[in-house]
Design a protein around this ligand. Sequence first.
Ligand code: ADP
Length: 397
Amino acid sequence: MNEKPYLLIVDDDLALLEALPQTLYLRLTAVQVDTADSAPDALRQVQEHDYDAIVSDIKMPGMDGLVLLAKIQKLRPETPTLLITGHGEHDLAVQALRGGAYDFIQKPIDRDYLVAALCRAIQTHRLRRELAENQRALERHALSLERIVEYRTRELVEANAIKDRFLGMVAHELKTPITTLKGGTQLLQRQVKRAAIDEKVSQGLEDIERSINRLQRLVNDLLDASHMHTNTFGIHRRRCDLVELCRHILDEYAAGSGPTPRFEAPGEAIEAEVDADRIGQVLLNLLSNACKYSPKGCPITVTLQQVGSEVTIAVRDRGVGIPPEELEHIFDEYYRVADVEGAPGSQSGLGLGLSIANKLVERHDGHIDVRSAPGEGSVFSVVLPMFVDLPTEEGRN
Ligand code: ADP
């Protein structure tokens, strides 16, 4: 960058073209001035040099100062151009300013005014150039930041994929010994009952079975989560009767350690295209939460309803309820709220249950609505379309 102010003076009046640079050399320290006696000559020089300011007569044969101004603005939009107008040529002066001139100088030229206007123009040009440089530096910086973010995101995605594969593998490996343990414990329990062995042993076996069941649920959650992350989660829809499905799940739930929930459903069948295993899994999850977060003996109600082409399965409890600030995150993965003191079987899981249930319902093109208030209980409503346009299934799996 040229440190000295670098100026161009354009005028077809050769006497003025000689006199003006002298004036500037005298009044401005360390300045370099080029001259051009025509607009085309000026343009050629403007193309070659980045002037700090240009002063041009407005009236010149061939190309006049206004046309020259327009061309300079295209070539060097940041270079201020001052136009010299005849005395009293107000219209021209206005035209010049409207055309983007930095200032206009009237003839006869007042040398002090010219020097002051040029100093301002030089300063303006320097500031504009600095601004443009800073902007370019900022853009470069933003670009490099963008690249870093991209790189780190890629790294994170890769690390996540490795973690998911690892989790999936561990969960898968754990499944078999857990099933074996469960089978063995049930066998032992039957034998203990038959042989009328000490009650403590029988109690101990029951405890072991409960722990194994819990372990099995956790491992299944982990496995489901990892399948969802790696997009290897299949939904296999088939037409089935939801009344029948819900009744079956409620019986299964009551046959386990759970209480018997109330079931409200229409008398006739409600047919829908769903993955019965997965919707059953969602309902079981909601039921076990309803029980887990309610005091013993509190009623739990499951209501099945068809509205238009949608069906709703609502699980209602009168338990501890959920505070509004926690409700917002209820389907977030790994979201854990502190164990509810005194809640029956107060052991939270991995905080994956609801997130998996929500994803499963979303895969059915449905959603889960939650209404809850602390101390008043909660209603989790699974809303599902009864029929879907196939083949969405293959696209998703
Ligand atoms: P967890 O395995 O920890 O129970 P979930 O994803 O099933 O994980 O549930 C997340 C959290 O949502 C629970 O820890 C609990 O605080 C809250 N929650 C879920 N269902 C209910 C409910 N019916 N009543 C009150 N709180 C609930």
